[in-house]
Design a protein around this ligand. Structure first.
Ligand code: AMP
Length: 191
């Protein structure tokens, strides 16, 4: 099984690159952001609770996202592997993920960490906001908060996975195909 974490700050290109990785390696894509947005669209209780956090650029509580991932893993037990996109985002989420995957004896193969300069992230997110309609991509202060929250709560996961020998830094600046090629080179070494 190939279990990859696609990691990086908001705007690093995780969603775009996940599409390419899913196709190349036949993995199941688990994006907590996408799952939360579909809960909001479906006007579920979970969606209603999550919406307030997402609009401010804050993290949704760990228990909520861990529960969503747990049920997706249970529903896809015969998968060839998963690509986790936007999850984990805290040390508590990473611990929970390790625990869930250990139960199935299918640990994380590697964390692919896209590295992009802050100014470029803001430009990309503002550009995406113009076309995606995502409210959290249209307000500069929300974008800056998301990048700050990433720095405080999510970036520590780089040392978490480095300590396990599973962190792979990838230059996330350049064209989409260039970045895809860098990811592929790294993933091919993990297979
Ligand atoms: P994303 O689509 O990954 O940029 O996520 C959009 C928003 O959803 C984030 O700003 C958070 O409010 C929320 N979110 C997505 N994934 C997580 C997660 N793993 N933990 C907490 N909040 C999350």
């Amino acid at each position: 099984m190939l279990n990859l974490i696609l990691f990086g700050p908001p705007g690093a290109g995780k969603g775009t690159q996940a599409e390419f990785l899913i196709e190349s390696y036949q993995l199941i894509h688990l994006s907590t952001g996408d799952l939360l947005r579909s809960e909001i669209a479906g006007r579920t209780q979970l969606g209603l609770e999550a919406k307030a956090f997402m609009e401010k650029g804050e993290l949704v509580p760990d228990a909520v996202v861990i529960g969503m991932i747990k049920s997706k893993l249970e529903a896809n037990q015969t998968a060839r592997g998963f690509i986790f996109d936007g999850f984990p985002r805290t040390v508590e989420q990473a611990d929970a993920l390790d625990h869930l995957l250990n139960e199935n004896k299918t640990p994380i193969s590697g964390m692919l960490s896209l590295e992009v300069e802050r100014e470029e992230l803001i430009n990309r997110l503002m550009g995406r906001g113009l076309v995606s309609g995502r409210a959290d991509d249209q307000d500069q202060s929300v974008i800056e908060n998301r990048i700050n929250v990433y720095g405080q709560k999510t970036a520590p996961l780089i040392s978490y996975y480095s300590a396990q020998g599973k962190h792979f830094g990838i230059n996330g600046m350049g064209t989409i195909p260039e970045i895809a090629e860098r990811l592929k080179e790294t993933v091919d070494r993990l297979i």
